[in-house]
Design a protein around this ligand. Sequence first.
Ligand SMILES: *Cc1c(COP(=O)(O)O)cnc(C)c1O
Length: 376
Amino acid sequence: MEPYRKRAWAEISLNSLEENINIIRKNLLPQSEVMAVIKADAYGHGEGEICHKLEQIGIKYFAVSNLDEAVSVREHCDNGEILILGYTPPEYAEELENYNIIQGVVSLKHAADLSENARGKIRCHIKIDTGMGRIGLKHYNTSDCVDEIEKIINLQKLSVEGVYTHLAVADSDNEDDITYTNSQIDYIINVYNELKNRGINLSHVHYLNSAGACYHNNQNSTLARIGIIMYGLHPNYEMELPYELKPVLALKAIISQVKVINEGDFVSYGRTFCAKSSIKVATVTVGYADGYSRLLSSKGEALVQGQRCKIVGRVCMDQIVLDVSNLADVHAGEIVTLIGRDGEEIITADELASLYGTIGYEVVCGISKRVPRIYI
Ligand SMILES: *Cc1c(COP(=O)(O)O)cnc(C)c1O
């Protein structure tokens, strides 16, 4: 473990990452290769180390959300193929070329403007909006869509290597949603086949995200854009994963003080917690400025000595307070697990997320930059 100062820190298990990737690869059909989604600093896990590890275990494709991320990932990985999933303004065309980055193209206009600004050739995949309603070519029939794609392909300074789309409800087991997902998949496959009929053979067509890979696995997606499951979390906490994965990230802090308070004593801002009897409380060195949400006030639990302890009162910027009455012997300096395993107990980012109405994605992405990432 690297040296760090003990206050609040995140432990990232590169072994768990590797195990997750192995399981995911084994379950994808042989026609699909993993494209590791490492946007948002690898979902808060730290893109540098995550990228190195992934390259080591043979991952060749990476996806990010924007040009800044792409340039930064390029510094860690000389050879990987890097796709920008989101929009890049055409004035940055030259940078795309210089860093050998593949751009997601959202419309004919976007493509034409990129081509206009390019010196050599810009590599791209064309994004098709098949029902996510966010970005991409939007047409009510595939032949119009293919017409627009052909116009993009005919632009001088673009090199089109693939088409892709994004599934909106692949994480749902509702029948309507399953039908919706199937229609999104049919649409992009039809587009790809129609291109073939017109003599255009692209290397890639892709639409699987984590939820797609878990619940709609099929062989037509040449790449599977895997994000959340690589980090060991659920696309949807309510749905079981088809295989067991390990959360990669743990969030830890230490106890700064332990004391006994009496009936009628208050804890933290707003006096929202009042002791109903004498209890033992421990103050802990983590708060919402570390990304531990204030919405967990009086709701969250943390692990001390392998036992669940409840948060009392409001989460502050840098500190929280736990009820540790169930622990006989507890002292300043002991480690507290906010996310992760301690003995038999585990608190996952997904569990925390469900406590305050969000998703595990937001919990891990929200761990702030003042929290050092320690790789184990
Ligand atoms: C973020 C993202 C992904 C990865 O999603 P997960 O649910 O984390 O697997 C895939 N494709 C696109 C377009 C994305 O924006």
